[in-house]
Design a protein around this ligand. Structure first.
Ligand SMILES: C[S@@+](CC[C@H](N)C(=O)[O-])C[C@H]1O[C@@H](n2cnc3c(N)ncnc32)[C@H](O)[C@@H]1O
Length: 100
């Protein structure tokens, strides 16, 4: 079984559905707001956010998880070393506790 550097089992996250978090985020930010998702994993929250009309820049240090993300701009980087070299409207979303 493959795991991310912080110990997340990739196959498990592929099977886990979102549990209402994307709708909570969607309800808290302007319609269509761009989302910067830090520690996106396999896209468990990315894909529903896209379906709710948000563009998403999906960041993760694991190339293996990012390979499962569809429809978002993906950036393979550690959060503390992220260099997007641009500014713009975005709402940052961090993954659940356990990420470093
Ligand atoms: C617990 S998983 C959650 C994934 C996703 N947010 C979700 O809810 O399904 C944490 C993810 O954050 C990533 N991650 C943890 N620390 C990171 C860091 N410092 N920089 C980039 N990615 C990180 C891991 O590779 C993993 O994919």
């Amino acid at each position: 079984m493959s795991v991310t550097p912080d110990g997340c089992p990739v196959d498990l996250y592929l099977e886990l559905p979102a549990a209402g978090e994307p709708e909570v985020i969607h309800g808290a930010i302007p319609p269509g707001a761009a989302v910067l998702e830090l520690g996106c994993g396999t896209g468990r929250m990315t894909h529903p956010l896209l379906a709710l009309g948000h563009s998403v820049v999906a960041v993760d240090e694991s190339a293996e998880t990012l390979a499962h993300v569809r429809g978002a701009e993906t950036v393979c980087a550690r959060i503390d070393e992220l260099q997007l070299d641009r500014r713009g409207p975005a709402v940052g979303v961090r993954g659940p506790p356990g990420g470093r």
